[in-house]
Design a protein around this ligand. Structure first.
Ligand code: TXA
Ligand code: MG
Length: 349
């Protein structure tokens, strides 16, 4: 199905009673009609549809070009809604919900069969989160439906952190866009499995491992996130993701080593992009430098990561070199996304 992109609602996220504004009511009406709408969350923009409707969920997969074996996250607007969709709420999950909802934490539960089987890709579990964004919460409330929403990018592209990114990827393929300004966190939610005693991170994201451990003690990380040849427990983690318009190579070394890679590529006749922190500004000799922020401010780097990956235009450079980050705190999510964007290619000094 193709749509004319006439439904574009600009929403001020600070106004009171958002869920009864004309813009949100119109967007919610489309969700109720099983059409799909992009909307902001605190992490990235989501592409939302009624999680109880096969028709709506099919539209999400089609618009994104997403493989149908990759399940979606279901978004709710109040903790009480959860029990309508899951078999049980384990103790650890309850403590994590208390600590981090609303917020960038997605929890995997055993579902009770009330949601579209397309949402869960036929698994016996469902991933649920309550987003911490007034526009997202208002839309779920006004639609009065659980909203299934992957990131609102074409499959394989960097996730969208502005409505413009969504428009670039999905214009004409979806029923509308709610523009609530740029998102805050910039990387997606952390996905955790609480179905056994030991809480396990399936995807690193906005809530850090260190923060989770303060609430539930030791947390494991899916071994597949560390060892390349293991099958990940989160189906989405096996796909190539976040790809910019030119091949990306991570550079793990000092600034001289970084510059060396650039000079060598230029000697080979390549136009080089550099994805760097502010400390490297003007030092790399690259044909285009994109700055992500100061290296010690990981939250700023996360915020700018996807926009930076998107900022290399088609045919602007032939190769992009990127700095690496510490693999702790928010750095784990940043490194997970960069490694995927690079298809695992790293040069080490
Ligand atoms: O921040 C976010 O989580 C954003 C916003 C829009 O909420 N959403 C998002 O959705 O990142 P998506 O579809 O791009 O990523 C969902 C991830 C995928 O890796 C998927 O495989 C995993 O969650 N997932 C979904 N259901 C699962 C399940 N039942 N078991 C394990 N992993 C699951
Ligand atoms: Mg995604």
């Amino acid at each position: 199905m193709t749509y004319q992109q006439k439904n574009y609602w600009v929403v001020d996220k600070t106004v009171d009673n958002l869920s009864s504004t004309e813009e949100i009511l119109q967007a919610a009406h489309h969700i109720q009609q099983n059409h799909v709408i992009a909307f902001p969350t605190e992490t990235v923009y989501g592409l939302g549809g009624n999680a109880q409707s096969d028709e709506a969920v099919n539209r999400i997969f089609n618009a994104k070009g997403r493989p149908s074996d990759n399940p979606l996250i279901v978004h709710i607007s109040a903790q009480e809604q959860l029990e309508q969709y899951v078999q049980e709420i384990p103790d650890q999950a309850r403590r994590l919900m208390e600590a981090f909802w609303p917020g960038p934490l997605t929890i995997v539960f055993r579902h009770n069969g009330t949601l579209s089987t397309k949402v869960t890709a036929g698994l016996n579990t469902v991933a649920v989160r309550m987003p911490d964004h007034p526009v997202a919460l208002a839309l779920i409330e006004a639609a009065d439906r659980p909203i299934a929403a992957p990131s609102a990018n074409r499959s394989g592209r960097p996730s969208p952190t502005t409505a413009t990114h969504v428009h670039d990827d999905l214009s004409g393929r979806i029923a509308g866009i709610v523009d609530g300004g740029p998102t805050g966190i910039g990387v997606e939610s952390t996905v955790v499995d609480c179905s056994s005693e030991q809480v396990m991170i399936l995807r690193p994201g906005g809530v850090t491992k260190e923060a989770l451990e303060e609430v539930v003690g030791q947390v494991d990380v899916d071994p597949a996130l560390i060892e390349i040849n293991q099958a990940p427990r989160s189906p989405g983690m096996k796909y190539t993701h976040y790809a910019p318009t030119a091949p990306l190579i991570l550079v793990d070394g000092d600034v001289d080593y970084f510059c060396e890679q650039i000079i060598r590529a230029q000697d080979d006749g390549q136009r080089v992009g550099a994805l760097i922190t502010n400390e490297y500004c003007g030092m790399t000799g690259a044909n285009k430098e994109v700055l992500m922020g100061v290296s010690t401010e990981l939250s700023t780097i996360a915020q700018h990561l996807y926009d930076s990956l998107r900022s290399f235009g088609e045919n602007e450079v032939d190769v992009i070199f990127a700095q690496v980050f510490t693999d702790s705190h928010l750095g784990s999510a940043i490194m997970n996304r960069l490694t995927k964007a690079a298809g695992g290619t790293v040069r080490r000094q």
